[in-house]
Design a protein around this ligand. Structure first.
Ligand code: KG4
Ligand code: ZN
Length: 338
């Protein structure tokens, strides 16, 4: 299957998902295979980096074979190789990188290293075929909480970011203390539906006036203090209530800052991306706020919110079109900035 199409083969191994995808002309997903290690890491309450790397290594060959088979593409038909080169767990990133570099070397095809956040933004190009920059992006995941002015496919200005915990990290940590397991985001999202979000009013950290930065570690401590106080008083803890109140506190801040950024930049398109973009309250409250402000909101389907290689292939394609290719010295950068 080629039909004059430009085929990108991409690898994503920045955290606990081993993913390989084939994408035609940047936006048409031919295959997107994701092998999740959630069950492996659940026992530890979070991702164990060394275990993640070993599993990437074990999984890579079968995930690659399935991606090629699903797409019905041969290696000779691949035009470009893309790979996440950071940020992420260094040992995990290196497995994807070594694989991508080996393929690029063997096939003599161009290689493009992709920033993981740029990948998350690109998930929206796959989902919404008419979407083009410029726009404002809110990227919320386990490792990032960023407001980004996307001026072009490869032109990003960070307007604000978290100064401590990422939004997803806060979800995961609070879920753990509530005994909801890992990953915490989906668990809180689900249980919060049964709770009263106004049962406790947790403090929202808005930081300095006009700041577009975020801070979620105080909120996490607020939840811990509340739980300890309740225990000392001998009062029972209503998990759905606490989950709902915590979730609302996070979402309130995300929506307020996104709207502030939209007003400041004058963008009338807002793109939501990253694992936390799957959150049902965030989607509904942001939709409502955007509708009121006359802003069009874009977000990916659930599968494209989480880590996957199709979004990396899309980002690699647009970098390639702008001549942004890499050579064999491409390395893993655990703290790569955008
Ligand atoms: O983008 P992602 O798959 O990995 C990173 O790049 O970090 O995001 C994973 C994060 C986890 O913290 C997870 O708890 C969170 O996304 N998450 C959610 C939901 N689904 C996943 N957070 C809130 N609500 C959800 N429904
Ligand atoms: Zn991610």
């Amino acid at each position: 299957m080629k039909d004059g199409k430009f085929i990108t083969l991409a690898f994503e191994t920045s955290c606990d998902e081993t993913s390989v995808a084939l994408v035609a002309d940047g936006r048409e997903v031919l295959s997107n295979v994701v092998s999740s290690q959630i069950e492996v890491h659940k026992a530890f309450g979070g991702v164990v980096p060394e275990i993640a790397s070993r599993h990437h290594l074990d999984n890579m060959s079968s995930v690659y074979s399935k991606a090629m088979e699903d797409a019905g593409v041969s290696l000779q038909e691949v035009d470009l190789i893309g790979v996440t080169c950071g940020p992420g767990l260094v040992g995990a990133l290196l497995i994807g990188l070594a694989t991508a570099k080996a393929f690029a070397y063997a096939t003599k095809k161009p290689l493009v290293g992709v920033h993981h956040i740029q990948g998350h933004i690109c998930a929206n190009y796959i989902e919404h075929e008419d979407l083009e920059p410029p726009f404002l992006a809110l990227v919320v995941s386990g490792g990032h909480t960023h407001l980004i002015n996307v001026k072009g496919y490869n032109e990003h200005t960070v307007l604000g970011q978290t100064r401590d915990d990422a939004a997803g990290e806060a979800f995961d940590k609070v879920a753990r203390v509530l005994g909801l397991g890992y990953p915490g985001g989906p668990a809180i999202d689900l249980v919060a539906r049964e709770g009263n979000p106004h049962s406790v009013e947790f403090k929202r950290a808005m930081l300095e006036k006009d700041s577009l930065d975020f801070s979620f570690s105080g909120l996490k401590t607020g939840v811990l203090n509340y739980l300890n106080t309740q225990k000392l008083k001998g009062q029972e803890i209503n998990v759905p209530d606490v989950a709902a109140a915590f979730q609302l506190a996070v979402v309130d801040v995300l929506v307020a800052k996104a709207m502030m950024a939209a007003e400041r930049t004058g963008h009338n398109k807002l793109v939501l991306a990253g694992g936390v973009a799957a959150n049902s309250l965030l989607r509904s409250m942001l939709s409502e706020a955007c509708e009121k402000a006359g802003i069009t909101l874009y977000y990916p389907s659930l599968k494209l919110c989480a880590d996957n290689a199709a979004m990396i292939a899309c980002a690699a394609y647009y970098k390639y079109l702008d001549g942004l290719t890499d050579d064999m010295t491409l390395d893993a950068y655990p703290a790569l900035s955008l």
